[in-house]
Design a binder for this molecule. Structure first.
Ligand code: NAD
Length: 391
């Protein structure tokens, strides 16, 4: 700690750290970034210079052995999580780790063991659950699930009673992505693990968070574990989530759209910028500000159409989206996750996405891959969701 603030070291200075970590730590008034570390010293130095971090290094033990450091952020490729977490936890550092927490079951178990043994907090950055628009969607879902309201013009057939299936919700997550942009590291089984582990852990976690305290009980997946795939996840009270992930889409259109149907209503989240609610009297649509908006003069009213207009303007005259001069980032909950974790450390509260949430998403992703390989539905086993470790 320094002056009541958490001292931070960031390991992995790649694309994600540039887009989120350095900015979000700088914006948190309770953090001081002291180190940035990368296997490539050049990359660490470039980040240090750009974001004004005093100590670039290519040796993670510089941060881990520094008694002043309280919190380590891991934004490396996935296979590096376990050795970093084991070393950092042994020195009493709290850890904020990118998703997926691990690529294999035993790696995840070792991570859970390390953080519990050394009594440090872990947060896995499955940030969608912290997006303001998702939190608002969940409130409306809870209300309509447990205390439904209906439009006066709703047509109800009186010759039969409501059936059990009609009380269950479905959470449809439609993801379209452009796989030409994926680097080999994303698809490599050793470093990235493919798109179910690398990406769909986000939406598996979102489904578990949305339906908590219900537990998932069954999973069926189809397609390719490393590229386009679908996953159907069923929960103990019959609610379900369906993820449809297509890699043959385009960056010209927003990547994620969500629809929940529940008790004769439809709750839509359009790429984290607007929620539209249908079938519930008195519930108003909502718009959500962007995390970064370099084009505030376009579509100042906000919402999905405004976002499309901003994106179109951003792309005009741009020969490679990677080098776009104006930045647009919708609020997927990254800074809320960081701020929530900092608060959890400072006030000894539960992590906003702890090691069990991290493991659950990995476990479900591994089951989804098995489901594809075996072409069958897989049971989600209760004992796996609550591992009993001898620490
Ligand atoms: N939460 C999200 O929404 C989100 C979005 C994008 C990426 N990510 C995650 O962020 C992480 C990084 O992704 P990226 O796109 O920035 O990858 P990247 O390849 O651009 O950067 C990773 C960096 O980590 C460095 N590195 C690897 N192993 C290391 C080690 N042992 N010690 C120090 N440095 C090491 C590499 O040299 C590289 O510079 C991944 O886990 C990815 O899944 C999360």
């Amino acid at each position: 700690m320094r002056d009541g603030k958490l001292v931070v070291g960031i390991i992995g200075c790649g694309a994600f750290a540039w887009a989120q970590d350095f900015r979000n730590f700088a914006n948190n008034p309770h953090c001081i970034s002291k180190y940035c570390c990368d296997l490539s010293l050049e990359r660490a130095q470039a980040a240090a210079e750009h974001f004004n971090v005093p100590h670039p290094t290519n040796n993670m033990y510089d941060l881990i052995n520094d008694p002043e450091v309280d919190l380590i952020k891991i934004s490396t490729s996935h296979e590096a999580h376990l050795p970093i977490i084991e070393a950092a936890a042994a020195k009493g550092k709290h850890i904020f780790c990118e998703k997926p927490m691990a690529l294999k079951e035993m790696e995840a178990m070792a991570i859970i063991r390390a953080v519990r043994k050394h009594k440090v907090k872990l947060c896995v950055d499955m940030n969608r659950r912290m997006a303001p628009s998702m939190q608002a969607l969940r409130q409306v879902w809870l209300q309509q699930r447990h205390n439904p309201k209906h439009q006066p013009w709703r047509f109800v057939e009186l010759q039969r009673k409501q059936l059990a299936e009609e009380k269950q919700s479905n959470f449809l997550m439609s993801i379209q992505d452009e796989s030409s942009s994926y680097r080999p590291v994303h698809l490599d089984p050793f470093h990235g693990g493919g798109e179910i582990l690398g990406e769909s852990t986000h939406w598996l976690d979102l489904a578990c968070w949305m339906y908590a305290p219900q537990k998932p009980v069954e999973i069926l997946a189809w397609g390719s574990p490393r590229l386009s795939h679908g996953i159907h996840l069923k929960f103990e009270q019959g609610d379900s989530a369906t993820i449809v992930f297509s890699c043959t889409g385009t960056f010209d259109f927003p990547k994620e759209a969500f629809q929940m149907s529940v008790n004769a209503s439809l709750l839509c989240n359009n790429f984290f910028v607007e929620n539209k609610y249908y079938g519930i009297p008195g519930v108003k649509d909502e718009v959500f500000p962007l995390q970064v908006d370099d084009l505030p003069e376009i579509g100042p009213e906000g919402g999905f159409e405004a976002f499309l207009a901003k994106s179109k303007a951003q792309r005009e005259g741009c020969d490679n989206l990677k080098h776009a001069k104006k930045q647009l980032l919708v609020d997927k909950g990254h800074s809320n996750m960081l701020n929530g974790f900092v608060d959890a450390i400072l006030h000894d509260k539960p992590s906003p996405c702890d090691e069990i949430a991290g493991w659950t998403a990995v476990y479900l992703a591994l089951l989804a891959i098995q489901s594809i390989e075996l072409r069958q539905t897989m049971p989600v086993l209760a004992h796996k969701l609550e591992p009993c470790l001898h620490i």
